[in-house]
Ligand binder design. Structure first.
Ligand SMILES: [Zn+2]
Ligand SMILES: [Zn+2]
Length: 263
């Protein structure tokens, strides 16, 4: 059986109010010696986070070998106002794709606009952490072919989607696509841990099913818990157990660059 590797992403990093959660989550990840992708949104909903301690903590994590990715610039729609949305959930969390933009204009957000956002995002990353990224983990996994075109022109090499039933990373229009599990099991664990065993059981099922294909599995955890509480002791225990399970099955969380598909 192939053993491609697993990906663990921490999303919504640098959103105001997530500093403590992110720290305690990274403590678990580091204790377990796992590698994760740090998904930064530099200007959450239009507000730049200039918390120096938070930024330097992220920098330290990158120095330890964790991987930087761009998770949108603002993590919200930048082409329509909230009231112009009918199809999208509100508040709008999509950035690179907007079903309502498509509904109104009959086309996807133009390549040049999306290129500008990618550049803007990388300028922020450069300013904050002294490095850029070539990974776009689009907010809400929302993107279109124009996004892929824009990415190639800006030197980005990989993106992620909700392809839980895809066996492995694959090449789409010259960009590596990493299929991700749809669930955030840590967030879905209640703050008091009362459903922790059920969440572990669900995680194990999808992990095993995915691994049985080509030895690949990818999942994410949100450091803002999508507005549903914080990184409680029980949730951190869940994260610890989840990583332990992966390790005990003989798998590792790796840098996604190790799995890029060239052709
Ligand atoms: Zn929109
Ligand atoms: Zn997000």
């Amino acid at each position: 059986m192939n053993n491609l590797g697993c990906i663990l992403r921490v999303d919504n990093v640098l959103r105001p109010g997530t500093h403590n959660n992110f720290r305690s989550m990274m403590e678990v990840v580091n204790r377990q010696k796992a590698i994760c992708v740090i998904d930064v949104t530099p200007r959450w909903h239009g507000e730049e986070n200039s918390n120096k301690e938070y930024i330097s903590f992220i920098k330290e994590q990158l120095e330890k070998g964790h991987v930087l990715a761009l998770h949108g610039v603002e993590h919200k729609c930048r082409v329509l106002s909230e009231k112009d949305h009918q199809v999208s959930w509100l508040p709008s969390e999509d950035e690179f794709d907007c079903k309502d933009y498509h509904r109104i204009h009959g086309k996807d957000i133009p390549v040049n606009i999306q290129r500008g956002w990618l550049r803007e995002g990388n300028d922020y990353l450069q300013k904050m952490f002294g490095q850029k990224t070539d990974l776009l983990m689009a907010p809400a996994h929302a993107y279109n072919n124009n996004t892929l075109e824009a990415m190639k022109k800006e030197g980005f090499v990989a993106i992620a989607d909700y392809g839980r039933w895809d066996a492995c990373p694959y090449n789409k229009e010259g960009v590596t696509t990493f299929p991700f599990d749809f669930e955030d099991y840590m967030k879905n664990t209640k703050p008091d841990g009362s459903n922790k065993d059920a969440m572990m059981e669900m995680f194990r099922r999808y992990f095993d099913a995915s691994i049985n294909q080509q030895g690949y599995y990818a999942t994410f955890i949100h450091c803002d818990f999508s507005n549903d509480g914080s990184a409680t002791e029980e949730r951190l225990k869940f994260l610890d157990e989840m990583i332990s399970y992966v390790h005990n099955q003989g798998h590792k969380f790796v840098d996604p660059h190790k799995m890029l598909i060239k052709k």
